[in-house]
Ligand binder design. Structure first.
Ligand code: F6R
Length: 616
């Protein structure tokens, strides 16, 4: 949510910053802006809309060469997405430029204070106050930009990443972070600041994690990190494990298509090294002791959106394999209902970005209550795993399309790994059982690969429904969260009314939605599993067909019982029932992607959305 780039070094700052913004545009695309310092002056360009609008403006009205630049892509919170509200925001004297991600919660009071001194605000944003406050603080000592930023940070409440440049300080860019992401890229004779390593990965893979309430002073030859009071802070350098090509489209028309195709590898990478030859789970990163894991009497999973759906699937696996009662809760609701937590509760926080504010706040609440938090996360160095007691990383690589695909499948796999690990440590299952399940899990990437062969067929089915106004998705057991995920993908990409239901619930109300010809996607469990569920969903299919629905059925190869009830059928390879989501979700991703493309929508950057939601 909002992409931020800062650069100091020998290259053309503008080029580095705009290229970085291009890689961060998935974080927000309501407006974009840049500022550079040249000949002792600060110069900015900003424009509402996507980055391309800013690039056009820079073509018409170029900026001078510079070795110091900052840039921003915005996901609007305070103030409409127009030119004036675009970042950077500039102080009244035209010397300070500020870009901001997050929400400054005490901005009204700060704004009133500034206005009382005669400072006129240009924009409706909360961010602009930071630019004026830095200018005011600089009056104390015009040479001490860092001190001014420190004093401003001490006064702000809420969540913020700030990146600041000043016309009189072309040798530095100053960054600050609280509850909002910012990483440092360490180059040779150049250094970078960004919301995400993707912005600088083409220049360096050496990065530094910044902690909470830290300030970073970026110069071409050095990087200094302090707290908000100027005390030197400890930093955590790391090397990014993927390279620039991972964040390119690599021949695909869309990032989403590329990321769907990467799923077999992403799942295989997530499994790599985590199951040994004897079928034993190896999860060294679960730094909780065996004793702590044995003492757990309840598990609570917190997550948002697609990650929440992966948590719903995890509940089935955890309870089945470990018999530990497991709740799944939307992170945005969790802390407001006074949840029952104790030191024997294990909280699992699932997040692709590791920065989702709702999830972060929920896990902080859990830790305050004495519970241990285990993060499942795709982003190294991000806040959620850093603040957790233990972390299991998914190895999906960078996910650029706003709609989550490969991150979802790898989250589900990481949940299975955690569940099996708990069963192993606690002795809930014997080693032979665990080995058999782990063997099946290790075979899943090749089965997911087979699902990619269904892509063309699924696209054809999707195009049949370009004029439908509504699509329903139904499933039972782990097929229910898959139905929810299919509906979410369709809503966010094709902007269509879509809803997922537990198939048995239809008759309790939603069946009234059915109209002649309405498409209903049915996720059918394996007939080799618990017969009763298969039989029940056949009844549910009959119910919807009797009311005129057209059924798109996802069913296992060899399940001929369902064939007469399907208008279209998509086959999945045989696999254990609990693993079916890893296969059944793939065609639903393709379905949504194709419908959105047919309707002419921007699949990678759907309207109103942003990747990494860093506000509550
Ligand atoms: C939907 C989607 C979102 C995210 C949600 C949580 O396709 O991507 O629903 O799953 O915003 O994000 P993370 O996993 O980064 O916490």
């Amino acid at each position: 949510m909002c992409g931020i780039v800062g650069y100091v070094g020998e290259k053309q700052a503008l080029e580095v910053v705009v290229a970085g913004l291009r890689r961060l545009e998935y974080r927000g695309y309501d407006s974009a802006g840049v500022a550079v310092i040249a000949d002792g002056e600060l110069q900015t360009r900003k424009r509402a809309g996507k980055l391309i609008n800013l690039e056009d403006l820079l073509g018409e009205d170029p900026l001078p060469q510079s070795t110091n630049g900052i840039g921003h892509t915005r996901w609007a919170t305070h103030g409409a997405p127009n030119d004036v509200n675009a970042h950077p925001h500039i102080s009244s004297d035209g010397r300070v430029a500020v870009i901001h991600n997050g929400i400054i919660e005490n901005f009204s009071e700060l704004r009133a204070e500034l206005e009382a001194t005669g400072i006129a605000m240009m924009s409706e944003t909360d961010s602009e106050v930071a630019a004026h406050l830095v200018a005011v603080e600089l009056a104390v000592d015009p040479d001490d930009l860092v001190g001014a930023v420190q004093r401003v940070c001490q006064r702000l409440t809420g969540a913020f990443t700030l990146v600041i440049s000043h016309a009189d300080h072309p040798d530095m860019v100053v960054g600050a972070r609280r509850n909002s992401p910012l990483v440092v890229g360490v180059g040779k004779g150049e250094n970078f600041l960004a919301s995400d390593v993707a912005a600088f990965i083409a220049h360096t893979r050496e990065a530094i994690e910044l902690g909470q309430d830290q300030i970073v002073i970026l110069r071409s030859e050095r990087v200094d990190v302090t707290d908000f009071y100027g005390n030197p802070a400890e930093v955590n350098p790391y090397t990014v494990t993927w390279d620039a090509s991972a964040a390119e489209k690599g021949g695909y028309d869309l990032f989403m298509l590329k990321e769907i195709a990467e799923q077999p590898k992403a799942v295989a990478d997530t499994l790599l090294g985590r199951v040994d030859g004897a079928g034993r789970l190896l999860l060294d990163s679960i730094t909780l002791s065996d004793e702590e894991l044995r003492s757990i009497d309840k598990i609570v999973i917190i997550a948002c959106g697609t990650a929440y759906h992966s948590g719903m699937i995890a509940k089935y696996a955890i309870e089945h394999w470990t018999r530990v009662p497991t709740e799944v809760e939307l992170a945005s609701e969790f802390r407001y209902r006074d949840p029952i937590l104790s030191p024997r509760t294990l909280v699992i926080a699932i997040s692709q970005s590791g920065e989702t504010m709702d999830t972060l706040m929920a896990m902080r609440h859990a830790r305050e209550q004495g519970s241990k938090v285990l993060a499942i996360c795709n982003t190294q160095g991000s806040t959620i795993p850093r603040e957790s007691d233990a972390a299991v990383y998914t190895h999906a690589g960078p996910e650029i399309a706003v709609a989550s695909t490969k991150a979802f499948l790898t989250q589900v796999v990481a949940c299975y790994l955690v569940a099996l690990y708990l069963a192993q440590v606690r002795g809930d299952r014997n080693p032979e059982e665990i080995r058999a399940i782990a063997d099946d899990l290790v075979n899943m990437p090749s089965k997911i690969d087979l699902m990619l062969d269904t892509t063309e067929g699924v696209r054809g089915i999707a195009r049949e429904f370009a004029n439908s106004t509504s699509v329903l998705f139904i499933g039972r057991h782990v097929g229910f969260p898959v139905a929810l995920e299919g509906a979410l993908k369709l809503k966010e990409l094709a902007y269509m009314h879509a809803e997922g239901f537990a198939a048995g619930e239809l008759k309790h109300g939603p069946i009234a939605l059915l109209e002649d010809g309405m498409p209903v996607v049915v996720i059918v469990p394996s007939p080799r599993g618990r017969d009763v569920i298969h039989e029940k969903i056949i009844s549910n299919i009959l119910e919807v067909r009797a009311r005129g629905a057209r059924t798109i059925v996802i069913a296992e190869e060899g399940d001929e019982i369902v064939t007469p009830y399907a208008d279209w059928i998509i086959r999945t390879p045989e696999c254990p029932s609990l693993f079916q989501p890893l296969l059944a979700t793939v065609p639903l991703q393709v379905f949504a992607c194709e419908l959105a493309t047919t309707k002419g929508h921007d699949v990678d950057q759907p309207r109103n959305l942003a990747k990494s939601v860093t506000v509550e």
